[in-house]
Design a protein around this ligand. Structure first.
Ligand code: AMP
Length: 223
């Protein structure tokens, strides 16, 4: 199963991906996580990306496309869910071309829709583990011990790009470039819009319902 999950920063893409990965066994390919890992490892790619990321700007297309096509190639037979990629129409187009050259296609596009006020409160209250990437929230998802990661005991941080002034820039970047990606997929694929202002469990039920029907139709198709 090949899934694209769209949605603005803070729409909950990471949380939903985690649940989807647990249930369907697909690989989680998050462009943001991969970029953060490259930075931690001090690679050339990470160094090229860091200033854009800290300013809340998008990293240039060529860098991200090459990185994500590489990650897709390495993913296993169960498929994958793309999280945070594609973020521009150029990225979407280059992804489609690469897949069709390989005789493959995206099976489903999910789009999480959320209002800016909810996004700002979610992101600015977010705290992350710099080591394992676990994500917490100062009000809604507290660690067992304040400021400390439940999994590896690291000191939690606020990502530089989760600070309020940068969040505003990220939302602008989303409106300027990524809203057009939703339009791109509406023209070329079936897009399922999901109301991400709803409580988490309702959203998950909605997403699982769509993916279960897809799995059922793929199983029937292969009989
Ligand atoms: P995220 O964790 O998905 O919000 O991504 C964090 C940051 O990584 C973004 O604000 C961008 O600077 C960069 N980034 C992640 N994915 C992409 C992408 N597909 N295209 C360009 N920049 C990206």
């Amino acid at each position: 199963m090949k899934i694209i999950l769209l949605g603005s920063p803070g729409a909950g893409k990471g949380t939903h991906c985690k649940r989807i990965v647990e249930k369907y066994g697909v690989a989680h390919l998050s462009s943001g996580d991969i970029l953060r890992r490259e930075r931690l490892d001090g690679t050339e790619l990470g160094k090229k990306a860091q200033d854009f990321m800290d300013a809340g700007e998008l990293v240039p297309d060529d860098i991200v496309i090459e990185m994500m096509l590489g990650a897709i190639k390495k993913s296993g037979p169960a498929g994958y869910i793309l999280d945070g990629f594609p973020r521009t129409v150029i990225q979407a187009d280059r992804l489609d071309n690469a897949l069709s050259r390989a005789g493959e296609k995206i099976d489903i596009v999910l789009n999480l829709r959320i209002t800016d006020e909810v996004v700002v409160s979610r992101i600015t209250g977010r705290r992350s583990c710099p080591k394992c990437g676990a994500v917490y929230h100062i009000e809604n998802l507290k660690p067992k011990q304040e400021g400390i990661c439940d999994y590896d005991g690291s000191q939690l941080i606020q990502r530089p790009d989760d600070k309020p002034e940068v969040v505003t820039r990220r939302l602008e970047a989303y409106r300027e470039q990524t809203v057009a990606v939703v339009g791109y997929y509406e023209r070329t694929h079936t897009v399922y819009h999901i109301d991400a202002n709803e409580p988490l469990e309702n959203i998950i039920a909605d997403v699982f319902g769509k993916l279960d029907s897809l799995v059922a139709s793929q199983t029937c198709g292969s009989d």
